[in-house]
Design a protein around this ligand. Structure first.
Ligand code: AMP
Ligand code: MG
Length: 323
C-alpha cells in the first residue's frame, strides 16, 4: 500500500533537501521577501515547492497538493532577479526545468484540502534556514483526515550534519536514512522514564509558543536540562529518534486565535507516533487533520516518547487550573 507514493515522495524530498542545503549555504540571510503576515519567504521556499509539486504532479496527476507557498510575489516585475535565481537553482537539479513553467509548478500547490491530498511545507522553519540553522522539508499524504504517509527531510540534522530523511506509514513504523545515502534504519523514541534526565525541545522563535509556561512545566517535571530551542519539524525528528523526550508548543498569549497549519504537523506527528511515541494537543485530544488547512479543533501540541505523555498533560491541566 502506498508504495509508489512512498518511493516518489522520498525521491522528491531527497532531491529538494540537496537543493535547499546548497541554497542555504550560498544565500543565507539574502534573497528573501516578506509575506502579508510579515513572515519571511526565501528563494528556497519557491524552488522546493516547484520541484516537489512538479514531480508529484507528473506521477499522481489526480492528487491535489496543499502547499504553503504561491507564486504571486515572484510574478512581480521588481522580483525578476529572484525569479531568475530560483530557476537557476532548479536547473542544477532538473536541467530541463522550463522557465515559463515555474509559477505553474509552484501553484500546483494551491489546492484546497479535501478527500485524499498531499500537503507540503517546502521550507519549514524559514527563520532557522535564514540563520543557517535547522529547517525541514515536510510532505504528507492525507486520506480523508488520516495521515497515510509522512516524509520529513532534515538537511542539517545528524549523520555528521549531512542530514537525515525520515518517513512513516501507519502500522509500518518510522524509518530514516542519511541524506548522503546509506541503509534504512528503524527509528524509535527513547525509553527514558526518569524525568530528571529528559530532554525538552521547543520553538526557537519566542512568538510561536508560551516559553514561560513551558519552562514552568519542564521544572515541575523535574527536568534538569534547560529546554533546547530549534526551528521546524526537526523537533519531531528529534523526539522520534530518542534524542529528546518532550516537544511542547503551548499557544502564545499574544496569539490565542492562532491555529496550527496542517503542513506544520502532519509528517512529523506520524513519524513520532510510528516510532512508538504519542502526539496530541495540550488538552490530550488527538490532532484532527480533517478540518481544512488548520488544526481548527486543537490547541497547541504535545509530542513525547509516550511514557511521560499523561504526566505532562496533568501538569498542563494543573497550570490551567491556576489561571
Ligand atoms: P517552529 O519553527 O516550530 O516555531 O514552527 C514554525 C512554524 O510556526 C511556521 O511554519 C509557522 O507556520 C508557525 N507559526 C507562525 N506563527 C505562529 C504562532 N503565533 N504560533 C504558533 N506557530 C506559529
Ligand atoms: Mg512551516
Amino acid at each position: 500500500m502506498l508504495q509508489k507514493e512512498q518511493e516518489i515522495g522520498l525521491q522528491a524530498v531527497s532531491a529538494a533537501m540537496a537543493m535547499a542545503a546548497i541554497i542555504q549555504k550560498e544565500t543565507t540571510g539574502r534573497d528573501t521577501l516578506t509575506k502579508s503576515d510579515r513572515s519571511p519567504v526565501t528563494i528556497a521556499d519557491f524552488a522546493v515547492q516547484a520541484l516537489i509539486c512538479k514531480v508529484l504532479n507528473r506521477h499522481f496527476p489526480r492528487l491535489h497538493i496543499v502547499g504553503e507557498e504561491d507564486s504571486l510575489a515572484i510574478r512581480r516585475p521588481e522580483n525578476k532577479e529572484l525569479y531568475a535565481k530560483i530557476l537557476s537553482y532548479l536547473r542544477k537539479t532538473d536541467p530541463g526545468f522550463d522557465e515559463k513553467g515555474l509559477c505553474h509548478c509552484i501553484d500546483l500547490g494551491g489546492a484546497e484540502p479535501a478527500g485524499t491530498f498531499w500537503t507540503l511545507d517546502p521550507i519549514d522553519g524559514t527563520k532557522g534556514f535564514l540563520r543557517g540553522e535547522q529547517f525541514a522539508i515536510a510532505l504528507a499524504l492525507i486520506q480523508n483526515g488520516q495521515i497515510g504517509l509522512g516524509i520529513l527531510g532534515c538537511p542539517n540534522l545528524g549523520h555528521e550534519a549531512g542530514g537525515t530523511l525520515f518517513w512513516a506509514i501507519p502500522g509500518q513504523g518510522s524509518w530514516s536514512i542519511p541524506s548522503r545515502g546509506g541503509s534504512a534504519e528503524a527509528v524509535r523514541v527513547s525509553e527514558r522514564i526518569e524525568t530528571r534526565q529528559m530532554k525538552f525541545v521547543e520553538s526557537y522563535e519566542s512568538s510561536h509558543s508560551d516559553k514561560d509556561r513551558q519552562i514552568w512545566i519542564s521544572k515541575r517535571l523535574g527536568i534538569e536540562n534547560s529546554p533546547e530551542q530549534m526551528d521546524s519539524q526537526v523537533k519531531y525528528g528529534i523526539v522520534a529518534s530518542g534524542q529528546a523526550d518532550i516537544y511542547l508548543r503551548i499557544p502564545h498569549p499574544a496569539s490565542p486565535e492562532y491555529r496550527e497549519k496542517i503542513w506544520d504537523h502532519a509528517a512529523g506527528s506520524l513519524i513520532v507516533e510510528e516510532a512508538g511515541g504519542r502526539v496530541s494537543d495540550i488538552s490530550g485530544k488527538p490532532l484532527d487533520f480533517s478540518k481544512g488547512m488548520t488544526l481548527a479543533d486543537n490547541r497547541g501540541i504535545l509530542a513525547t516518547n509516550g511514557r511521560i505523555h499523561s504526566r505532562v498533560l496533568e501538569i498542563i491541566a494543573e497550570l490551567d487550573g491556576q489561571k
